[in-house]
Design a protein around this ligand. Structure first.
Ligand SMILES: Cc1ncc(COP(=O)(O)O)c(C=O)c1O
Length: 380
């Protein structure tokens, strides 16, 4: 008999779409992939080289549960340099991706019946982590007309004795919105009482507005970040958590018990990513921006509404309600009948139902082909 904690666990719909799209690919059908949030560009050669050198040099054992000192120092240096902070490497726990970092953090903070405030739409997996620990997501429905921004006054109203954290994600998946310094500062003012969890996995992928971290505005915050997006390292599984000092020992014990440590040679690749040349990152940001502009124009021309144009990450959330209420049904039809894989808005909560999320982590040529097919299918 399965645990009631997981019996109602919904699928991560984008993964189901991807898996079916791959099946169609294998059967010889050409599918345009605009569903998955994964860089199409390869990991930079100097990062691969560093992993290979480390592996051959015998870096194949367990490491310190918090991660190798060189990587923790590189992460701290990187945040400190970029944002003028004073993070100590001792505050860092290196994880096998941002996702296990989220799990460890929620294990550390949540008890049955506790609440985590988060926006709706939100990254698909957030509520599922929370519910798996018998806690509850407390949704704040953000409005497209207001740029999908988490309103501090609404956050304040939502706080109650069960609230254990406020979850923010900027740049945001799926909306592509980037919070301003003022918005982060206003949220941080609330963090005197309740800690903020800031998922900064898309940090650096900002095309309009500015790159920030919540740690510029409050110390009562946990930051999650990783190498999947900015360094095109999704399959390497490398991320980290920056925690206030008083929580580190508990998080370390969680890491020791449940994960032991993160892959050793992968951590050396992480050092190379942060300390090595950044030209590929700059080039990638420029390329994504070009694709963003192109895709936005095409989506609007098709007749899908985007009232809050994205400024960061690599997603466009478009209103497709005129094509039917169920985004799941529409996505499956678009995949099977038009050969374009897109993500249903419902993956990101009922606040995005009727919407479709398009990823521009694909070449301009593929995006153009996808848009041509979509235009013909929806309007033809
Ligand atoms: C907002 C957000 N957080 C976390 C993750 C998970 O990232 P990782 O590959 O580091 O586990 C993703 C992946 O798409 C994401 O979009």
């Amino acid at each position: 008999m399965l645990s009631c904690n997981v019996i109602d666990l919904p699928p991560f719909h984008v993964m189901e779409i991807l898996e079916r799209a791959q099946e169609l690919d294998r059967a010889g059908r050409h599918i345009v992939h605009l569903e998955i949030g994964e860089p199409d560009l390869p990991t930079a050669p100097h990062i691969c080289e560093a992993a290979s050198v480390a592996m051959c040099a015998g870096e194949t054992k367990y490491t310190h549960s918090q991660g190798i000192p060189q990587l923790r120092k590189a992460i701290a240096d990187n945040y400190n340099r970029k944002f003028g902070l004073d993070i100590d490497p001792g505050q860092i726990i290196v994880t096998s991706g941002t996702s296990p970092g989220l799990l460890s953090l929620f294990i550390a903070l949540l008890e049955r019946g506790d609440e985590v405030i988060m926006s709706n739409p939100h990254y698909a997996c957030y509520p599922n982590f929370v519910r798996a620990l018998q806690a509850r997501p407390h949704f704040i429905y953000t409005k497209e007309e207001e740029g999908f921004i988490l309103e501090p006054s609404e956050v304040c109203n939502a706080i109650n004795p069960k609230t254990k954290a406020i979850l923010v994600n900027s740049p945001c998946n799926p909306t592509g919105q980037v919070m301003t310094a003022k918005q982060l500062m206003e949220l941080a003012a609330i963090a005197a009482d309740v800690p903020i969890i800031s998922d900064e996995i898309y940090q650096g992928l900002v095309y309009e507005g500015e790159d920030h971290t919540i740690l510029e505005y409050t110390d009562n915050a946990f930051v999650l970040n990783g190498f999947s997006k900015l360094y095109a390292m999704t399959g390497w599984r490398l991320g980290y958590l920056i925690a206030p000092k008083q929580y580190v020992r508990t998080l370390q014990k969680i890491q020791q018990n449940f994960f032991i440590s993160t892959n050793s040679f992968v951590q050396h690749a992480g050092v190379a990513a942060l300390s090595g040349p950044q030209d590929q990152v700059f080039e990638m940001v420029r390329t994504y921006d070009e694709r963003r502009r192109y895709m936005l124009e095409r989506i609007k021309k098709i007749g899908l509404n985007v009232r809050a144009p994205p400024m960061g990450a690599y997603y466009i959330l478009a209103d497709a309600r005129q094509y039917g209420a169920s985004s799941l049904e529409l996505s499956w039809r678009i995949l099977e009948e038009a050969g374009v894989a897109v993500t249903p808005g419902i993956d990101f909560g009922d606040g995005a139902e009727g919407y479709l999320r398009f990823s521009y982590a694909n070449s301009i040529e593929n995006i153009a082909e996808g848009m041509d097919r979509l235009e013909k299918y929806l309007n033809g």
